[in-house]
Design a protein around this ligand. Sequence first.
Ligand code: NAD
Ligand code: TYD
Length: 339
Amino acid sequence: MKIVVTGGAGFIGGNFVYYLLKNHPDDQVICIDSLTYAGNMATLEEALKNPNFFFEKADIADREAIYGIFEKYSPDIIVNFAAESHVDRSIENPEIFLKTNIIGTSVLLDACRKYGITRYHQVSTDEVYGDLPLDRPDLFFTEETPIHTSSPYSSSKAGADLLVLAYHRTFGLPVTVSRCSNNYGPYHFPEKLIPLMIINTLNGKPLPVYGKGENIRDWLYVEDHCSAIDKIIRNGRVGEVYNIGGHNEKTNIYVVKKILELLGKDESNITYVTDRPGHDMRYAIDPTKIHNELGWLPETSFDEGIKKTVEWYLKNQDWWQPIIDGEYQKYYENHYGKK
Ligand code: NAD
Ligand code: TYD
């Protein structure tokens, strides 16, 4: 099987590359990534030593380049992780989100139609459902929850989902879509909550908590997301959407305090800063469908996963130090300097 993984130099795509190479050693994995600020070849260093792994630097919105790659490899399955993925950046500069997340997806879909594939899988997010109120812990996102987005990021992801499903209905393209809750684990880019708090704690810097830190996210260890996608691309029903999540709801402030506890630091660096505009209150996934249909269950509890993640960042300073010393510095100063 030849599997294209777009966005494989990023956080979840990179973890998925390693998941495939480990669990399906006979498959060939072709990574397409344009190496934006979030893409990092250091993440793929080990993969590049594997003869079944291939890397192509290309923008998914570049039709000619994408068609050329499809011609070269004739892939069977496409798993699209490539995206602009940070809500805060989408608030500052929405346009690139539309280009990559929507136009990029449309180019991949056209390539799939033109060259023929057995499965196109769109990696989407629970953020397309908007948010849930804090005072209704009985409510969860199901696959039937209406799309109701809050940020330019989630709107662009929702647009892409609709396009993917339309290509199934209109052209019969064999597609699936997954909508996952917040991931955490190795190779997570330092701008996101968990790595940011770990790295700032290690560097003795303030820990910027938006608003009151009461917002709830439903955290899933990245390897569990990978195992779910793997099940969907092999056994999921064509034309279907699957929610992925493991019932690990935590407030942001709980997560920050947990990281401090694991690193043996007090809470004096916690700093409450201006809230994110339009900030979603709570995400919570109902994963009944993927469990019943595909037998998927997460294996890593939050306590175990956050411990493994903190240990990974402690051991892998070589991976994140060059990131925070580089271009990222400017984003950080610009974004948090104003708060
Ligand atoms: P990331 O930002 O860490 O990585 C994105 C990758 O895509 C990078 O390697 C980047 O270089 C690449 N990329 C960006 N634009 C590209 C383009 N035009 N052409 C080719 N490559 C491009 O993102 P992530 O956190 O790994 O998220 C991966 C996917 O999973 C995204 O589609 C995101 O919406 C979805 N998702 C993420 C989470 C989460 O918690 N991180 C949760 C649910 C769904
Ligand atoms: P983030 O990791 O950006 O993921 P998402 O917005 O896609 O859920 O943020 C997770 C939560 O943490 C979200 O409620 C915003 C909050 N947050 C902070 O409080 N401070 C920060 O510096 C960041 C980056 C996020």
